[in-house]
Design a protein around this ligand. Structure first.
Ligand code: GLA
Length: 728
């Protein structure tokens, strides 16, 4: 830290109050390497001056002139409100009680507080004279180089104010070119990567589906500046992600000055919000970082922030597991399950998860057409109950988990018969089913109690439960709530209801590992991850498909949250047949699990699996806590290769996969860019009798591995390798 930075840090330990009316003032939000600088101009507008490299003295901006015509529009605003002289899409758009649709936010005061030796929080109060206050909250995480931003909107008038747009944050960026990386997909193909050069006008990334919001698009992005290429190691990259489990919208608009304005927040779609007097609406956090060393550093910043601040207890290392779904589906009894638990023990796994199908009596859940909502153990399938299974597992030293889907109900269920008023539906319109099920209306506090109760009852019934898989297998259609007066509150209040249930659950059950599943990766975002330890990355367990799914997901979300399972062949989703080793090598790059019937494995397969599971346990701390370096991209080459390196750079694990046959003449060369060139490393290929790399078993200088690299013989599709490196 420079002397100046130390001085600034000391000053920040005292709350700083600035009040309006001074001429021009500068406000800075700093991390170790980044600054946001905001200026209050003479008229009291809060202008956005800078987001990028660190600026030690924000007063350099005093007297700054943009040379923009002063009678036409405004300089970039920190939180633009619609009306007045602002023409672009606005962060805030309101209707005042007198019908006025203009809003003019002027600076009132600000305060910066140091929360601890790594985090500062800056709150800037703005107000419109007609009775609205907006506080912009920027939280700076210094060593991670991440800043989060959200707004808090308070009605200080006497009558309700209608909020139409209420985004979390606005980020103006100035560069020659803007190359956007974002995500698209569908069920079983989540987090596919799209890249495009932005042009004038707007590009929108959004969800209007509610609940299962991240199958098709994801509230996150990377933006490479001044280039038309995506580069892992070079160039300036802004990365961002929104922490919200509902409809979201990210808006990228390039205006006539070539400036890009990024808005991120709750989707305004059908969501006009009536803010009563004296009430405050708190928008979700937008998380962003800025890298000067390509996309790789941007990911590592987000991952560090996530592990330190953004995830629910990332210190818990996930046990390796067997999930019953693809191995048994709905077709099991007590013996099937206890046999699986025995297999978990025998194979060296640590947790067994009983998936769907264990409940329902009047309408037994023997398929996905009935029983959902009736959370009593199915007495004909499991007469001994689930507590018996939990005890059985624990006696063997195996942990026990179970599946629930508490927000949903089959029409054919006792719950739907008892509480038709709890179902999400629009008055006078048919209720659609998706996967034969309806959605419960979490805006209703009675439903919130019920959903909490499902979790609570299961936990009470079998206190041995260590892990819950929380599923949500539909999105919202023809939305409507019998409970709400104002239907446009539905989307927001559903999410608030969801979070309030999860708050109660986490208060009572802080140690249970909870997985967010939503038909696979339908809830992969940082709002849910404040409560869940992990996500089920995709229902697609096929290893080749997983290459792109995991590559994309881990651009934004760390591997310590991404569940990845080895399943049987032909794969149940794609029909593809891949070697067991390839399947393991893919699954081992995340939270390793198995999802198959172990009894169907040959002795040879079982033997291989045991070894792969044992070796994974030796290096999984690197997957959970290490730095991710991507060495080859499945979008730009015939390989996917990545490495995780310990923070002290003394240990690393490298994964490399050939994903297309590409002629005998070509072989890869991977530079192990995460290592320390000054150290010596031993390198050893795992899970093989004969290595595909001539150097396996040798020790190399770090500079050779970093600057030249390794050339494993991976020439055929599905060839793969895992290398373990240790500094000597
Ligand atoms: C969803 C999940 C699967 C499985 C089934 C059970 O599809 O994504 O992993 O749990 O539900 O019905």
């Amino acid at each position: 830290m420079s002397a100046k930075k130390i001085l600034i840090s000391i000053l920040l330990t005292l709350p700083v109050f600035m009040t309006a009316r001074a001429a021009e003032k500068q406000i800075s939000v700093n991390t170790d390497d980044l600054s946001i600088i905001l200026s209050v101009d003479k008229s009291g507008q809060l202008l956005f001056r800078h987001f990028g490299g660190y600026i030690s003295d924000p007063d350099c901006f005093s007297g700054f002139k943009s040379y923009r015509r002063s009678d036409y529009g405004t300089d970039p605003l920190a939180y633009p409100a619609s009306g007045g002289r602002y023409f672009n899409d606005a962060a805030l758009s309101v209707e005042f009680p007198d019908g006025d649709l203009n809003c003019e936010l002027l600076y009132k005061s600000h305060i910066t507080e140091r929360l601890d030796d790594n985090v500062t929080r800056t709150e800037i109060m703005l107000a419109d004279a007609k009775g609205l206050e907006v506080t912009l909250v920027y939280t700076a995480y210094e060593k991670e180089n991440v800043i989060t931003a959200h707004s808090e909107i308070t009605n200080t008038g006497r009558k309700p104010v209608m909020l139409r747009n209420y985004y979390s944050a606005s980020l103006p960026v100035i560069a020659e070119k803007y190359y956007l990386t974002h995500f698209y997909g569908a069920w079983a193909m989540e987090m596919q990567v799209d890249r495009e050069l932005l042009t004038h006008g707007s590009k929108v990334i959004e969800s209007k589906k509610g609940v299962r919001t991240t199958h098709t698009e994801n509230p996150s992005f990377m933006l490479s500046l001044n280039t038309e290429t995506f580069d892992e190691n070079y160039g300036e990259v802004i990365a961002g992600a929104l922490a919200w489990s509902g409809n979201f919208k990210l808006n990228f608009q390039i205006d006539e000055t070539d400036r890009l304005n990024i808005l991120a927040g709750i989707n305004p779609y059908a969501s006009e919000y009536r803010l009563e007097k004296d009430r405050t609406f708190v928008t979700p956090d937008m998380i962003f970082t800025y890298s000067f060393a390509g996309a790789g550093q941007a990911s590592r910043n987000l991952h560090d922030w996530a592990r330190n601040y953004g995830l629910y207890d990332s210190s818990v290392m996930c046990p390796t597991l067997l999930n019953s779904w693809e191995g048994a589906y709905f077709d099991f009894d007590t013996k099937t399950i206890t046999d699986m638990i025995d297999d978990v023990k025998d194979m060296g796994l640590e947790l067994f998860v009983l998936d769907d199908g264990w409940f329902g009596n009047k309408y037994p859940r023997n398929n996905d057409k009935q029983g959902l909502g009736d959370w009593d153990v199915n007495r004909s399938k499991l007469p001994e109950g689930i507590a018996y299974l939990g005890d059985y597992a624990h006696e063997k030293g195996v942990r026990f988990g179970i599946w629930i889907e508490p927000e949903m109900v089959n029409p054919k269920s006792e719950l739907a018969e008892r509480h038709p008023e709890w179902v999400v539906k629009a008055e006078g319109r048919p209720v659609t089913t998706i996967r034969n099920q309806w959605l419960l209306d979490l805006t209703n506090p009675e439903v919130q109690d019920f959903v909490f109760g499902v979790f609570d009852r299961v936990m009470q019934e079998a206190p041995t439960i260590d892990y819950i898989k929380w599923d949500a297998n539909r999105h919202v259609e023809s939305f409507g709530s019998e409970y709400l007066d104002k239907q446009s509150h539905f989307w927001v209040e559903y999410v608030q209801g969801f979070y309030s249930v999860l708050d109660r659950i986490r208060e009572k059950y802080p140690d249970v590992i909870i997985q967010a599943c939503s038909s696979g990766g339908g809830r992969v975002e940082y709002g849910a991850l404040k409560y869940f330890n992990e996500v089920w990355t995709s229902d697609n367990t096929e290893a080749l498909s997983r290459v792109r799914i995991q590559y994309g997901t881990n651009l934004i979300y760390p591997a310590c949250v991404t569940g990845s399972h080895v399943s049987a062949v032909p794969n149940h989703q794609t029909g593809n047949i891949t070697p067991l080793k390839f399947r393991f090598d893919i699954a081992c790059a995340g939270r390793l699990g198995l999802e198959l019937q172990p009894k169907a494995m040959s002795a040879e397969e079982r033997d291989f699996s045991k070894k792969a599971i044992a070796s994974y346990k030796e290096y999984r701390d690197l997957i959970f806590n290490g730095d991710l370096y991507r060495l080859a991209s499945p979008y730009d080459s015939d390989y996917y290769a990545l490495m995780y390196v310990s923070k002290d750079k003394k240990r690393a694990v490298v994964f490399a996969y050939c994903i297309r046959y590409q002629g005998r003449a070509l072989l890869p060369l991977f530079r192990l860019s995460g290592l320390d060139p000054a150290l010596d490393y031993s390198i050893k290929e795992l899970n093989v009798d004969k290595s595909c790399f001539w150097g396996s078993g040798k020790t190399f200088n770090g500079d050779f591995l970093v600057n030249h690299g390794i050339n494993p013989k991976l020439g055929k599709i599905y060839d793969s390798a895992v290398f373990y490196l240790q500094a000597e």
